[in-house]
Design a binder for this molecule. Structure first.
Ligand SMILES: Cc1cc2nc3c(=O)[nH]c(=O)nc-3n(C[C@H](O)[C@H](O)[C@H](O)COP(=O)(O)O)c2cc1C
Length: 170
């Protein structure tokens, strides 16, 4: 399976450790993994201009790092969203990337999705999980797992092993 991971963290710390554990497990099981560090990219929010649905024929009018993300996203059998919690939701950077997929509606091939979330405090996940569940319901992609790490759980070997094992069984 081809797996595209969108990492919404702007830094290489807690969320990225979860992403790397997932990638290790998935690669060991023979999957092809591409990590897109959207948290570090320059991706503007959707303009809502409808160029993509009219003259653009599926292409966005904005030329930015979304052009690096789209090919992997479109070609993936599975998408993984990974993000720290910023004010009760996923980061603005990953939300911009998710919303820019408006130009193609739904990723054509993907049948599975998972969510990795990191936070400072326990259980601030309702907003991010609600968004993810709605995304899955809208796209028809199956939610195959949600993993969270709060406070001390971040970068803990127990949490990373759990994620590695999950990805290894996909
Ligand atoms: C702007 C900002 C907002 C945050 N908001 C929350 C929050 O609402 N709830 C929470 O538990 N942690 C919050 N945090 C803490 C991060 O979610 C936490 O430190 C996380 O592990 C960071 O992941 P990273 O190392 O991948 O950046 C916030 C951090 C930042 C920088």
């Amino acid at each position: 399976m081809k797996i595209a991971i969108l990492n919404g963290s702007p830094r290489k710390e807690n969320t990225t450790a979860m992403v790397e554990a997932f990638a290790e497990g998935a690669k060991a099981a023979g999957h092809e993994v591409e990590i897109l560090h959207v948290g570090k990219m320059k991706i503007n929010g959707c303009l809502g201009c409808e160029y993509c649905h009219t003259k653009g024929e599926g292409k966005c009018v904005q030329k930015d790092d979304m052009e690096k993300v789209m090919p992997a996203y479109l070609d993936s059998d599975m998408v993984v969203f990974a993000s720290p919690i910023y004010y009760f939701g996923m980061t603005a950077q990953i939300m911009a990337a998710i919303q820019r997929v408006y130009c193609i509606g739904k990723p054509a091939k993907a049948t599975k999705a998972a969510l990795l979330l990191s936070s400072g405090s326990p259980n601030p996940y309702d907003g991010a999980i609600g968004t993810f569940n709605s995304y899955c319901a809208y796209t028809g992609i199956e939610n195959v797992g949600i993993y969270t790490a709060a406070g001390e759980e971040n970068k803990s070997e127990a949490k990373l092993a759990e994620i590695r094992e999950f990805a290894g069984k996909l």
